[in-house]
Design a protein around this ligand. Structure first.
Ligand code: NAD
Length: 434
């Protein structure tokens, strides 16, 4: 059993904390957000993530998990401390590492014994691990050692707990072999491949993985643009491609493109770090360009179908960037709502869990109304835009939907529905090349 501190209990930190506690370790989560820590102390999860509330509550009750705002408390007996703070985009496109720097400085200030510092936050390679190790070394007394181990996180929101217990792989990058092996040892019970490497390669593995998945999405959207012009069905094309084991079926869904807290910022940061090191990546730039223009494509489709968007009632189904989460960071729906409102549309929006998070970040638009359920949002609409792949949208009573809409246009931005069935029901069904 290890004593473990987790710095930053957001999506990654809280999941990591709860999973490590469940695996038998003694874990303390530290966060600067007092409100979050107070909620967590009462067993309340500040965001929506399947299985996480039960896991947190069970380990809180068992005494293996606790939360604090005090670094001194969390570091007092810690063998390891995980940095899980945010690394959002800065205006230049580079990863903003100020939260990581603050965490490292606090570790140096409050550590009273040697401990391993595990960097789980996504931080670009190219000198940042060295920079962090220098901050630790320069600010710690010489008697305290704090070797740095890079251990990037690959969990997916919406299945974070499952992913934590069933990782496809664990990547551990360090200069100090003993520290690397100790961190790798935490994951041995999970029986997954564990790659031991150097810090830069571990960091690059994370960025390259996200960039590859984002490329797959932009690739299929690019092919869909061609398919639409020549009359091919992109869903059949994607299915046919996906059967090829070398390609695989995942991330081949054409539609509104990628969003979320990771792909947009990580592709951008990788491109920025490449530029900084004298290389301009045309591939990454194309991936981002295709993704950005998918949203414009969606608005154009609606505009063409309805002639004008001025005063049209548009039902937007889905606000979260993906199903099973209330995370709306870089969610396509938010950008689409802004674009629709700017064109004079009246938007009736619904999401099973993400309305509160969307309300916090979407500017108040006179034309925007949040609805309590999907049917309320659909009522009287001229068109429906499906922006998130929530299964509950597929199982709506589409006969009823048809009779309660004012119009008949459905833009399926997530390839959720069958074009044949929708057209049989009398909808003007719009999607990418289907
Ligand atoms: N969310 C994901 O799906 C995911 C997946 C893989 C990797 N990552 C990476 O993991 C990192 C964390 O992402 P997240 O989505 O969990 O972020 P988040 O914004 O949900 O959580 C970050 C937490 O850190 C806290 N914090 C900030 N500065 C702090 C400090 N100095 N001391 C203590 N707490 C502090 C914040 O209050 C917040 O609760 C990022 O680098 C991200 O790219 C995220």
């Amino acid at each position: 059993m290890k004593q473990i501190g987790i710095i930053g209990v957001g999506y990654v930190g809280l999941t990591t904390a709860a999973c490590l506690a469940e695996m038998g370790h003694q874990v303390i989560g530290i966060d600067t957000d007092r409100q979050k820590v107070a909620l967590l102390g009462q067993g309340q999860i500040p965001f929506s993530e399947p299985q996480l509330p039960e896991l947190v509550e069970r380990n809180l009750r068992a005494g293996s998990l606790s939360f604090t705002t005090h670094y001194s408390e969390a570091l007092r007996d810690a063998d390891m401390v995980f940095i899980c703070v945010g690394t959002p985009s800065s205006p230049s496109g580079h990863a903003d590492l100020s939260q990581v720097e603050a965490a490292a400085r606090q570790i140096a200030r409050f550590a009273t014994r040697s401990l391993i510092v595990v960097l789980k936050s996504t931080v670009p390679p190219g000198g940042n691990a060295e920079w962090l190790a220098d901050i630790l070394q320069a600010n710690l007394p010489s008697t305290i050692k704090a070797p740095l181990v890079v251990n990037p996180e690959f969990l997916r929101e919406g299945s974070a707990v499952y992913d934590c217990f069933h990782p496809d792989r664990v990547v551990v990058g360090a200069w100090d072999t003993a520290a690397a092996e100790e961190v790798a040892g935490l994951y041995v019970p999970l029986q997954c491949p564990i790659l031991l490497t150097d810090p830069a390669s571990a960091q690059m593995t994370k960025y390259a993985s996200n960039a590859f998945l984002a490329t797959k999405i932009s690739f299929i959207n690019e092919i869909a643009r061609v398919a639409e012009r020549i009359g091919a069905n992109i869903h059949a094309v994607a299915q046919g491609m996906g059967f090829d084991g070398r390609i695989g079926a995942e991330f081949l869904e054409s539609g509104l493109g990628y969003g979320g807290s990771c792909f947009p910022k990580d592709v951008l940061a990788l491109s920025a770090i490449a530029e900084q090191h004298g290389y301009s990546s045309q591939l990454l730039q194309a991936v981002m360009e295709i993704n950005a223009t998918q949203r414009e494509w969606a608005v154009l489709k609606l505009e063409q179908a309805l002639v004008s968007l001025q005063d049209k009632a548009i039902c937007v189904l889905g606000l979260a960037f993906k199903p099973d989460t209330d995370d709306v960071r870089e969610a396509p729906a938010l950008e689409l709502i802004n674009m629709l409102c700017q064109r004079g549309a009246q938007v009736q929006a619904y999401d099973p869990v993400a309305i509160p998070t969307a309300q916090k970040v979407l500017p108040p638009h006179a034309g925007l109304r949040y609805c309590g359920d999907a049917y309320e949002a659909i009522q009287g609409s001229d068109a429906i835009l499906i922006a998130t792949h929530w299964p509950e949208f597929r199982s709506l009573d589409w006969d009823r939907v048809r009779s309660t809409m004012a119009g008949s246009t459905v833009l399926d931005g997530r390839g959720l529905l069958s074009s044949d069935q929708m057209r049989t029901l009398g909808f003007e069904y719009l999607a990418f090349a289907s």
